[in-house]
Design a binder for this molecule. Structure first.
Ligand code: TMP
Length: 239
């Protein structure tokens, strides 16, 4: 597999073409950003940690029958993935109310609703990724109703599998953001990454935040939290 030119540079990852038109290389950087890129920093080795954590999450999901873009982690910072067309929606799954939802609705952070909450946001930095509903997404041509229904079905399954994975390491999956892509034959697959950058992860015993909120909220020890998640996951996944 030969790495070719840079296709796309995001806030925390780069996407490279390869000599196989159906495969891309996902390169994880050390950059941390928050508040739509207003707050930025470099956290040494974050890319390496997120690559390792995301690889374990995607392998677990694939073993549970969830279709994803992931093929393999081939070195410390790089993954080989299927090339997909990203659906410009961010799906947020909430098991507890936290972050922006707690703030906007004036609900105490950590409140556990009886139902799982699914938000869809328009993936558009200029507009600040606004929350939208299904009708908005269909009206803008971002997805069809049938595709949205598949996205919600897959999101529920992903939530089940990841909740169980994190509980095995004494971590509660409070909420997370996922993205989906379409393969050349129109199949919807999970894409992007699953890491402490994209999930709220609270230690079951202490309630300690082991995720990106340590950076967003200046809680300190960001890298140590990511290292903790990687170490606990590697302990249960390496024989
Ligand atoms: P929120 O509190 O900002 O609504 O975030 C909910 C979850 O989604 C949280 O786990 C962080 C994640 N998330 C991202 O990964 N990227 C984003 O751009 C946003 C807005 C949230």
């Amino acid at each position: 597999m030969k790495q070719l030119e840079l296709l796309y540079e995001g806030k925390t990852k780069q996407v490279f073409l390869t000599d196989d038109p159906d495969k891309i290389i996902l390169h994880y950087k050390d950059t941390a950003t928050a508040f739509n890129n207003i707050k930025k920093a470099t956290i040494e080795n974050k890319g390496l940690l997120n690559n390792a954590i995301s690889a374990i999450a995607f392998e677990t999901l694939q073993n549970a029958g969830v279709a994803t873009h992931y093929i393999e982690k081939f070195d410390e910072r790089n993954q080989l993935c299927r090339r997909v067309e990203i659906i410009p929606l961010e799906v947020i799954v909430r098991n507890r109310i936290a972050g922006s939802m707690a703030h906007q609705l004036d609900v105490e952070e950590g409140m556990k609703p009886a139902n799982t909450i699914y938000d869809i946001c328009y993936k558009n930095d200029e507009l600040g990724d606004p929350l939208m509903n299904d009708h908005h997404a269909v009206a803008l041509g971002l997805a069809t109703y049938e595709e949205l229904s598949e996205i919600y079905r897959m999101s529920a399954r992903i939530n089940e599998v990841l909740t169980e994975l994190f509980l095995r390491i004494d971590v509660e999956l409070v909420d997370f953001k996922i993205e989906f892509g379409k393969t050349s034959n129109g199949t919807i697959v999970l894409a992007d990454e699953i890491s402490p950058d994209t999930c709220r992860l609270w230690d079951v015993e202490s309630g300690k935040k082991l995720d990106h909120d340590r950076f967003r909220r200046d809680l300190g020890h960001v890298r140590e939290a990511y290292e903790e998640i990687r170490a606990r996951l590697e302990k249960i996944t390496t024989k």
